[in-house]
Design a protein around this ligand. Structure first.
Ligand SMILES: NC(=O)c1ccc[n+]([C@@H]2O[C@H](COP(=O)([O-])OP(=O)(O)OC[C@H]3O[C@@H](n4cnc5c(N)ncnc54)[C@H](O)[C@@H]3O)[C@@H](O)[C@H]2O)c1
Length: 436
């Protein structure tokens, strides 16, 4: 069986490599030649733990090409993993999906199954099936299936090889059986087989629920600050209830990344625009998150009305640890404000730096260590809970900074570990420690 994966981003490449790891022959197709050249030289264009290792291990079973004729020729199953970014009005931009649909219609040489892995608004799979079928004009037959992806960046390979669930939405036994046979080797995963619209909905409903959970705990954290409660204890107490669960209860400066922000807006917009139905809970999650991203700046303004002329340390740039992805990262909301004020920023993020330099090539001083970053600074912002931040010697702040004011957006330290240090420490939903 020839499996083609279209798009070699976080979803496409990880899917392809994991399918190869399970013994399949896979062809990866991407329109960006530089990515294909990198992949052919054995390097991954994205950072994901174990990804390069598995690329090498399975190199006999994976080919990479930017030639769509070669890619789609003789394809039996085509997985689509291209981006579906946010449009200005909040809806999902499907232009990349339809470009792949055009390529499929123009290049397939036999009947095949087209599987959409990208997150697409409910109803899209059927529309794409109709679109390709019309373009094929009877030359070949295709059938569509929805197979939404649930991996999390940072743990994408493990999440795929040991997925908690695999959702397939099909409208024929043939499509269902084909996908079941492909996924039969993923024996640790529960397979959920539904109709196509339900599969599309499971993806949005899951992401939006997680976003809601984050916004909820962030609001509770904000209230904890006002009433004098400790959000960590509150989260722990809540999370022990199995009906609630202890995941996604870490308060912070809001969610970012390539999925939650756009998927909350896309579902909200779809409900509103197409069905005149307001998803009030999702709307609230979006609003709370936008506000939360500015929380650190507001806290810092208590100590400096302006950052003009200050040396500002920044630890962590990526939207979460173990990824180089910056999409919707809270740092991207805060750093422009600090720069606009006229501060000098010294930043450290060993993995995120490369992509940040594409946005801010010269405006920021990129450092190679925590020590270099903190030296002679007037305030430090923590935007990402990298292990290097959580595990560093907390004494470095007072030893190296001109004024050790730490504004921690990810609650990296236990309050008992900072309470005897010569620092001013602000975090989320907890008391301020001021030993200056
Ligand atoms: N990133 C995640 O954590 C994640 C998790 C679950 C679902 N998703 C969803 O999966 C989809 C892909 O997300 P991603 O983060 O992997 O995107 P990405 O931006 O990392 O990758 C998309 C890739 O598609 C390529 N591409 C664009 N047009 C193409 C075309 N016509 N033919 C072939 N390749 C083309 C791009 O060059 C790029 O390499 C999105 O719908 C997203 O919402 C993402």
């Amino acid at each position: 069986m020839k499996i083609v994966v279209s798009g070699t981003g976080y979803v496409g490449l990880v899917t392809a490599v994991c399918l190869a790891e399970k013994g399949n022959e896979v062809v990866c197709y991407d329109v960006v030649k530089e990515k294909i050249d990198m992949l052919n030289s054995g390097k991954s264009p994205i950072y994901e733990e174990h990804l390069e290792e598995l690329m090498h291990k399975n190199k006999e079973r994976i080919t990479y090409t930017d030639d769509k004729v070669i890619a789609y020729k003789d394809a039996d199953v085509i997985f689509i993993g291209v981006g579906t970014p946010e449009k200005k009005d909040g809806s999902a931009n499907l232009e990349y999906i339809y470009k792949v649909a055009d390529d499929i219609a123009e290049n397939i040489t036999k009947d095949c199954l087209v599987v959409i892995k990208s997150t697409v608004p409910i109803g899209t799979n059927y529309k794409v099936e109709k679109y390709i079928t019309n373009k094929l004009d009877g030359k070949h037959k295709i059938e569509i299936a929805s197979n939404p992806e649930f991996l999390a960046q940072g743990t994408a390979v493990r999440d795929t090889l040991e997925a908690q669930r695999i959702v397939i939405g099909t409208h024929s036994k043939w499509a269902e059986d084909t996908l079941k046979s492909i996924y039969s080797k993923f024996d640790k995963s529960v397979l959920v087989s539904t109709d196509i619209n339900s599969a599309e909905m499971i993806k949005y409903a899951s992401n939006d629920f997680l976003a809601l959970k984050i916004s909820y705990i962030n609001e509770i954290a904000n209230l904890c600050e006002l009433v004098g409660a400790n959000i960590e204890d509150v989260s722990k107490g809540m999370g022990l209830d199995s009906r609630i669960g202890n995941k996604f209860l870490n308060a912070g400066i809001g969610y970012g990344g390539s999925c939650f922000p756009k998927d909350t807006k896309a579902l909200h917009t779809l409900a509103n625009n197409l069905y005149d139905y307001e998803l009030k809970t999702v709307k609230a999650a979006i609003e709370v998150n936008a506000n939360q991203k500015l929380k650190l700046i507001r806290k810092a303004r208590k100590y400096y009305e302006t950052f003009n002329g200050l040396n500002v340390a920044v630890l962590g740039l990526a939207f979460k640890p173990n990824t180089d992805d910056l999409r919707e990262a809270p740092s991207l909301v805060n750093i422009p404000i600090i720069l606009e004020d006229g501060a000098h920023i010294k930043a450290y993020d060993p993995i995120g730096e490369k992509n940040y330099k594409k946005i801010y090539p010269t405006e920021i001083e990129y450092c190679n260590s925590v020590e270099e970053t903190l030296k002679d600074t007037d305030i430090c912002f923590i935007f990402t809970e990298w292990d290097f931040v959580k595990n560093m010697d907390i004494n470095l702040y007072s030893k190296l900074m001109k004024k050790p004011i730490i504004i921690d957006g990810r609650n990296c330290y236990k309050l008992e570990d900072v309470k005897n240090k010569n620092i001013l420490y602000e975090s989320i939903g907890r008391d301020t420690i001021n030993n200056l």
